[in-house]
Design a protein around this ligand. Structure first.
Ligand code: BGC
Length: 267
């Protein structure tokens, strides 16, 4: 795993990773070797409604906190930010589970100003995918697995990232496929299992319907399942019947943070 418990006294920090979700903003520092410094991995509460200005304030506080925890001057360290929406040229174009004020916002420019440093923005599932494909469940011997790899994050929504031989096809929104007349994530996101109090069998039936359709559409060789629920993978992954190989994410909830920081290091 590309994680490191490097003590604060020997840091070679290269970037800060921030992964913004509807309930929390996860963050960590990443070393020049592209490893996440586990001792800095933490989360802050997403401000109610996730309005961009309020989120930016929390991110500024996160950087101050990281500075205090490490005792290092982090000025000038670039930041990678994963957001739960479509991101094109640094501008957010959708906001299914966050404040609609993000739509059309040049969040890169806004955050660069507030955080006073270089900021690189990308979709949260794309960020998680980058981490998994370059160093996690979609990689082998430190390189992306050949062929088509699809990463799906099951959380508040469903995030998707598609790679062919390690090359990302960005902003794939497979969480919003219309299946049986419904927006897919409204039936198969992990949040729905909790909210509708579904049993594993009931939830697995929904996932099966969803994944079979997705598999039909893009024929991946490998499907990596992320999101917090992937920690319980033994409850559901073995029960799903697909042609593609199905594996849990290696970085669980830290994948978005790591991928965001990696993007900041290699824009
Ligand atoms: C958004 C995606 C995001 C996913 C996971 C969906 O509702 O449209 O952009 O990747 O949730 O957060």
């Amino acid at each position: 795993m590309a994680t490191s418990a490097a003590p604060a006294s020997t840091p070679q920090f290269a970037a800060i990773g921030l992964d913004m979700g509807g309930s929390s903003i996860k963050y960590a520092l990443v070393t020049t070797d592209g490893e996440l410094v586990e001792s800095t991995l933490n989360k802050a509460i997403t401000p109610e409604g996730a309005h961009p200005d309020a989120v930016a304030e929390v991110m500024a506080q996160i950087i101050r906190d990281l500075q205090e925890v490490t005792g290092e001057d982090l000025a000038g360290l670039p930041v990678g930010v994963a957001v739960p929406g479509i991101v094109i040229d640094g501008v957010v174009h959708s906001a299914a589970n966050i404040d609609k004020a993000w739509i059309g916002l040049d969040a890169t420019a806004m955050l660069s100003k507030v955080l006073d440093r270089e900021v690189h923005l990308l979709n949260d599932a794309d960020a998680a995918g980058v981490a998994e494909v370059y160093a996690g469940a979609g990689s082998k011997d430190g390189a992306p697995i050949k062929g088509s790899t699809l990463l799906l994050t099951l959380g508040t929504g469903i995030g998707s990232a598609f790679f062919r031989d390690g090359v990302l096809f960005p902003n794939l929104e497979f969480g919003h496929l219309e299946i049986d007349g419904f927006d897919a994530e409204s039936k198969a996101a992990a949040r729905v299992m909790r909210e509708e109090n579904l049993s594993w069998d009931e939830y697995i039936a929904r996932l099966q319907r969803y994944l079979s359709h997705v598999e039909f559409l893009c024929s991946p060789d490998l499907i990596v399942i992320g999101g917090a629920i992937s920690e319980d993978h033994e409850h559901f992954l073995p029960k799903l019947d697909l042609r593609a190989k199905l594996v849990p994410a290696a970085f669980n909830n830290a994948a978005g943070v790591l991928g965001a920081a990696q993007r900041a290091m290699h824009p």
